[in-house]
Design a protein around this ligand. Structure first.
Ligand SMILES: [Mn+2]
Length: 505
């Protein structure tokens, strides 16, 4: 659904969830601004038991002059179109108003699948990002409106624990692109807690679950603002005996949680994705991450399990069923592996020096996250079948590939991935599509690999440098180059099947 699809309705009422947070208000304000600008009779409302009372939200509404109105009368009929934002019409966290035509714009898990008019993207960190993206799609000049930009920025900032738990590249693009009034953000940020919440945080820290074998801790907090989960986990991870931790609480429609790690063997982002797999969403960075578990799905999958047991079991499963491989010292056993060659399908490659000069620190942004590198004379960047990106060197490249004449097929990649990888110069902030510089190459079939399908999680610290491991899940492939038995890595199942075939010898 696009915003243009909603333009036939008038008047338009935008409703935030009850007890609106900064994201609902920011996203709602974005939609309000959009529909107002095309001359619609528009209003921004919320309902529920309580009026906005948190200090930071009151400041946000006042300083950015957001015309949000509290709707006391829950029986009024909504004429024209009702849009629920950051929530889904009919779900538990939003008062159901009477309306005939309803649209939903949200970034939570789908709860109300039957609604026809909806745009739901649950991989985004905030609904403000979704609204920003939709406004951009209609060519609305969001960046020219500093007040609106500040509202959207603060929405994302609050929903991702001050960007600590941001992971979707589109969220990062918005964060980097919109101008915002930092002194206002500072003002909001420093009115974030009430005295009552300070007490909730204090009490939470007294009771914890601790696992001695794996050095993890879990804390369940009483209901509080999700920001507080981040603060408690930031505190907890500083304990010497705690190497990773989860802090969570129960909210209206599920569980909100924060993850921290201080060891390279546990990537917080992936642990967050692991504990919310199938029943929610999660992600973030190496050290900090967070996520959400939907109550509806939790009850479907784990009808009798209480939440403390769930988190403990998931943590144990995570640690007990993972093999860690340090490629530099690992003696790979090729006896149980098969030999494969790269299929003769076109791949993308970029000479890093074609984009930025040698020595430029760059960030490559892909669907799987940001990768930092430095432009080196012989650095080649490969673009795989699903938009995955990995480094190579001139020498390796020439041994394995043949360069083709035809230009890189962007359309083809766009059909296979949700996000086209970008490359950013970290010195001046300029960002470009990696694909604009890509040539096409095809494997020459000379260099083969040994591979086997893995039956549990595997973390590989490759010999490409860096402290970040590659994660392989059950079904993915563990791969080693035939000409270098310490060049070990992991290829995702689907990408493997698209890229490799048994060698014809
Ligand atoms: Mn939100």
């Amino acid at each position: 659904m696009r915003l243009a699809d909603l333009e036939k309705y008038d008047p338009i009422t935008i409703q935030c969830h009850d007890n609106p947070d900064a994201d609902a208000i920011g996203a709602g304000f974005g939609l309000y601004t959009y529909f107002k600008s095309i001359g619609k009779n528009t209003r921004l409302i919320y309902s529920g038991q309580n009026k906005i009372h948190k200090a930071n939200l009151k400041l946000m509404v006042e300083k950015l002059e957001i015309p949000i109105v509290y709707m006391e009368d829950k029986d009024t009929y909504i004429d024209g179109l009702l849009i629920t934002v950051d929530c889904q019409y009919g779900a538990g966290n939003v008062t159901k108003l009477k309306a005939d035509r309803v649209a939903v714009i949200d970034h939570h898990q789908i709860e109300m699948p039957k609604l026809e008019l909806k745009e739901i993207n649950s991989s985004l960190g905030s609904c403000s990002t979704l609204v920003w993206k939709m406004m951009k799609e209609e060519n609305f000049p969001v960046e020219e409106d500093r007040i609106l930009s500040t509202a959207l920025y603060y929405g994302l900032y609050s929903d991702t624990n001050q960007f600590a738990e941001i992971y979707n590249p589109v969220d990062m693009d918005m964060r980097d692109a919109i101008p915002c009034n930092m002194s206002m953000i500072r003002l909001f940020r420093n009115s974030n807690l009430s005295l009552a919440e300070l007490e909730v945080a204090g009490i939470a820290m007294i009771r914890y679950i601790y696992n001695d074998d794996h050095k993890y801790a879990i804390i369940r907090s009483k209901p509080c603002d999700p920001n507080i989960l981040g603060m408690i986990s930031d505190f907890l991870i500083q304990v010497d005996e705690v190497w990773s931790c989860i802090v969570y609480n129960e909210i209206n429609d599920g569980y909100k949680f924060s993850v921290r790690s201080c060891v390279k063997e546990v990537n917080a982002s992936e642990l967050a994705a692991f504990v919310s797999e199938q029943i929610g969403s999660g992600g973030g960075h190496m050290e900090k991450a967070g996520g959400f578990i939907s109550r509806k799905l939790y009850e479907e999958y784990y009808p009798t399990l209480h939440s403390e047991a769930y988190f403990s079991e998931k943590m144990n499963e995570y640690f007990d069923h993972t093999e860690i491989i340090y490629a530099d010292d690992y003696e790979v056993d090729i006896a149980d592996m098969d030999k494969y060659c790269k299929k003769k399908i076109p791949l993308g490659f970029v000479k890093a020096t074609d984009i930025f000069p040698v020595g430029t620190p760059i960030t490559i942004r892909t669907l799987e996250g940001d990768v930092d590198m430095m432009v080196a004379p012989k650095l080649y960047i490969m673009i795989g079948v699903k938009g995955e990106v990995y480094p190579s060197t001139k020498g390796q490249f020439e041994k394995s590939y043949r360069i083709m004449d035809e230009p890189y097929n962007l359309q083809d990649l766009a059909e296979r991935t949700e996000y086209i990888p970008t490359i950013k110069n970290r010195v001046d902030g300029t960002a470009r599509f990696l694909t604009s510089y890509a040539g096409t190459c095809i494997a020459n079939g000379k260099i083969g690999i040994y591979a086997k399908q893995i039956d549990q999680m595997v973390k590989v610290f490759t010999n490409w440098g860096g402290d970040k491991y590659m994660l392989g899940k059950k079904g993915d492939y563990l791969v080693v180059r035939c000409d270098d038995l310490h060049d070990i890595y992991v290829v995702e199942q689907d990408a493997f099947l698209k890229t490799y075939e048994p060698c014809m010898e």
